[in-house]
Design a binder for this molecule. Structure first.
Ligand SMILES: Cc1cc2nc3c(=O)[nH]c(=O)nc-3n(C[C@H](O)[C@H](O)[C@H](O)COP(=O)(O)OP(=O)(O)OC[C@H]3O[C@@H](n4cnc5c(N)ncnc54)[C@H](O)[C@@H]3O)c2cc1C
Length: 454
């Protein structure tokens, strides 16, 4: 278990109080639906699962239905808009701005089962939950997100949230980042990114830029070393954005260590151990660096129940067609979001675009539709905050590697407009659009705001 702060517990109980009636309202699945059988079961009510649930609920098929036909299963009382956690970690936003009670977001045409899926039997169309409920489905949408593997770094679980060790990736420690940054007096500030796939591949470096700016503002920069260690071979996958980011690091004296993978923490000595994972003769060499502050992005992987259920590809992600989001072996199963095999950068922005495709194709299958299937082209976005009021708004297809920018200006340049959009407009689009089934990514807007694809 990760350490939890009293603030987080208070927030959780506040949200629990808000959501209790909703949970009681659906009490048990059997009360509402004795057959334990649903037309569509959605696993996960995060950015991806909630978007699909909401879009399905808006369709005439489910709007006019009297029986509840959609079941969303998620064990969490709280729905998080995680992109705000970088801002929260830097002290620029409050944690509560990233939270909504789950029950408040579930549309009335759907039921929410507060439980964790532990197994899927795709041959029998049955989902089993942690509390041993068995639920039958006709169609299944799998969106349980990505698993954070803090335990894979020895020394990390016990030190997280203490003595300068933090992570914006764990709900329990996001506010610790801002607390530790405020208390920082100089020394080595380290920011890490693992060699595994992660969600929002820009977030490990965004917090480094914000922290570096904070140290400068507070006059601590001369006595501070800022180091970014990444297990990857590039600072960012897409060259158009990697080039300015590399320049920013050089000009602000942020030391970038590529192919440098965090393998252990020694909290007693305040040391971090890195291994060289480069394809060179020095591979395997270990380096020990003292830290005064360390922001760790943990290794991540697919939730194990996916592989155990026979739905995973070789790496454990739900094995779906990259255009239709339909499972390659079980046609009544779809997947999207971080847990899916869709070969793009895992973000909430990608989930928005994917959700439109999944919903379209799922409804087409349910209605025996003959129209064309929708195809996902790999759209994703990563707003790289480089300082308070400055941001590089990376938007691209993870399939082609080509930029797909929404606006006519060059989004690879630091911009105050891109910052304002990310800090203020996009969160509203998320809460008023994406989780209500109305916002499906900027594809439609782009035709007007960047008609010539500049
Ligand atoms: C620090 C940080 C910064 C980020 N910045 C950005 C950004 O700027 N822009 C951007 O677009 N994205 C960003 N992201 C990434 C984005 O939040 C994720 O890619 C997105 O939330 C993925 O959606 P998802 O639904 O697949 O997973 P999630 O939103 O994580 O939701 C998964 C849901 O599934 C539930 N669940 C888990 N296991 C089970 C189970 N066994 N049974 C049932 N339910 C289960 C969970 O409780 C959760 O509610 C950031 C993430 C972090 C952590």
């Amino acid at each position: 278990m990760l350490p939890s702060s009293s603030t987080r517990l208070l927030a959780a109980s506040r949200l629990h109080a808000l959501t209790t009636s909703r949970i009681r309202g659906l009490a048990t699945v059997s009360a509402a639906n004795p057959a334990h059988s649903y037309k569509v079961v959605v696993i996960g009510g995060g950015s991806a699962g909630m978007a699909v649930t909401a879009q399905l609920a808006l369709d005439a098929l489910f709007r006019k239905g009297t029986r509840k036909d959609i079941l969303m299963i998620d064990p969490s009382d709280v729905h998080y808009y995680q992109p705000l956690w970088t801002f929260v970690g830097a002290g620029l936003k409050q944690m509560k701005e990233s939270e909504r009670p789950m029950g408040q977001l579930v549309p009335k045409q759907a039921e929410w089962l507060k439980d964790r899926v532990s197994r899927i039997d795709p041959a029998a169309n049955i989902v089993t939950t942690g509390s041993n409920r068995q639920i039958k489905y006709e169609y299944l949408v799998v969106a349980p997100g990505i698993k954070l593997d803090f335990e894979k770094i020895p020394g990390l679980v016990e030190s997280l949230g203490k003595d300068g060790v933090t992570s914006n990736y764990a709900v329990q420690s996001v506010e610790k980042t801002s607390e530790f940054l405020k208390a920082f007096k100089g020394g080595n500030a380290i920011f890490t990114q693992p060699a595994t796939p992660i969600k929002c591949a820009g977030a490990p470096q965004k917090i480094a830029y914000l922290a570096e700016e904070l140290f400068r503002t507070r006059g601590l920069r001369p006595q501070t070393n800022v180091r970014f260690h990444t297990g990857m071979g590039k600072i960012f996958a897409i060259d158009k954005y990697a080039a300015p980011l590399t320049e920013i690091c050089a000009s602000r004296n942020i030391a970038v260590h590529l192919f440098s993978n965090l393998i252990a923490l020694r909290p007693d000595a305040k040391q971090a151990v890195f291994r060289d994972v480069s394809p060179t003769a020095s591979a395997g060499k270990e380096t020990i660096v003292d830290y005064d502050f360390i922001h760790v992005t943990p290794p991540m992987s697919a939730p194990p129940f996916i592989r155990q259920s026979g739905l995973g590809n070789a790496d454990g992600w739900v094995d779906v067609d990259k255009e239709t989001t339909q499972h390659v072996k079980y046609p009544n199963v779809y997947a999207l979001g971080d847990a899916s095999s869709l070969p793009t950068s895992k973000t909430a922005a990608a989930a928005a675009a994917e959700s439109a495709v999944t919903t379209h194709n799922l409804l087409r299958a349910i209605k025996n539709g003959t129209g064309p299937a929708a195809a996902y082209g790999g759209y994703t976005s990563c707003p790289l905050i480089t300082g308070k009021g400055k941001l590089i708004l990376a938007e691209f297809s993870g399939y082609t590697g080509k930029p797909q920018e929404t606006f006519f200006y060059d989004q690879s340049k630091e911009s105050a407009l891109s910052y304002a959009l990310t800090a203020n407009i996009i969160p509203s689009l998320y809460w008023e659009g994406q989780v209500k089934g109305l916002w499906k990514g900027p594809g439609v807007v782009r035709r007007i705001t960047n008609p010539f694809d500049s």
